[in-house]
Design a protein around this ligand. Structure first.
Ligand code: SF4
Length: 209
């Protein structure tokens, strides 16, 4: 279930996320640290930068911390996985209309990037992942995850999505005993969504497929 609000964290300094994760993960209290979290949100002027109200900002940041923590916990198991895939959200394509030359394969289901635009985030992510030995899927929605994983067996999945979708994916991977690593969307919505390609690159290169 996607968020009921839209957000854009792409202008928030990376240091903010690092500090946030460190504070809460060290203490294991991020779900109970309301006041501290409010202080950090204030310090980094998150509400001004994103336009989010405080409770949405807290929810979003708690999800980001959860995701970071799960990445850490899963890192070792993921590193040992031998067959890996990357799941990308189709809404990060440069174009969402006929200018995107990707074909959709409904049997899998996935878009197949035709590399029409060198500056397309999905094109860049696909190249990085394929070079690192990953299979790549560009998903029209989270419901495709189970279908793909029933068609082809993987023991490690990197997923790019918003926090809520990552939570759903986490349950699926848990049930299928597949190790996961997550890259959060920093800007959500139906199109022009954005994630940090360097964050993805770090995960892919550290854990070649
Ligand atoms: S580079 Fe690929 S995903 Fe991006 S717009 Fe072109 S075909 Fe679509």
């Amino acid at each position: 279930m996607p968020y009921k609000f839209t957000f854009d964290l792409s202008r928030i300094p990376q240091l903010f996320f690092t500090e946030l994760t460190k504070i809460s993960y060290d203490k294991g209290i991020h779900r109970r640290m309301g006041i501290k979290l409010r202080d950090v949100i204030k310090k980094f002027r998150i509400q001004e930068a994103t336009g989010l109200n405080l409770s949405d900002a807290i929810q979003l940041l708690e999800d980001l911390i959860d995701m970071e923590a799960r990445n850490l916990l899963e890192m070792e198991r993921f590193g040992k996985a031998s067959k890996k895939a990357l799941f990308l959200p189709h809404c990060s394509r440069k174009y969402m209309d006929s200018r995107c030359k990707a074909e959709f394969n409904s049997d899998v289901p996935t878009y197949l990037c035709a590399k029409c635009s060198p500056d397309c985030l999905i094109n860049k992510a696909t190249s990085l992942a394929k070079n690192a030995g990953y299979d790549v899927y560009i998903l029209p929605g989270g419901s495709c995850i189970s279908k793909i994983l029933k068609l082809k067996r993987y023991d490690g999945i990197v997923g790019v999505a918003c926090g809520e979708e990552l939570r759903v994916a986490e349950k699926i991977l848990e049930n299928m005993n597949i190790a996961g690593q997550a890259v959060p969307l920093l800007k959500n919505g139906c199109s022009n969504t954005f994630f940090n390609i360097e964050t993805l690159q770090r995960i892919l290169e550290k854990n070649g497929g």
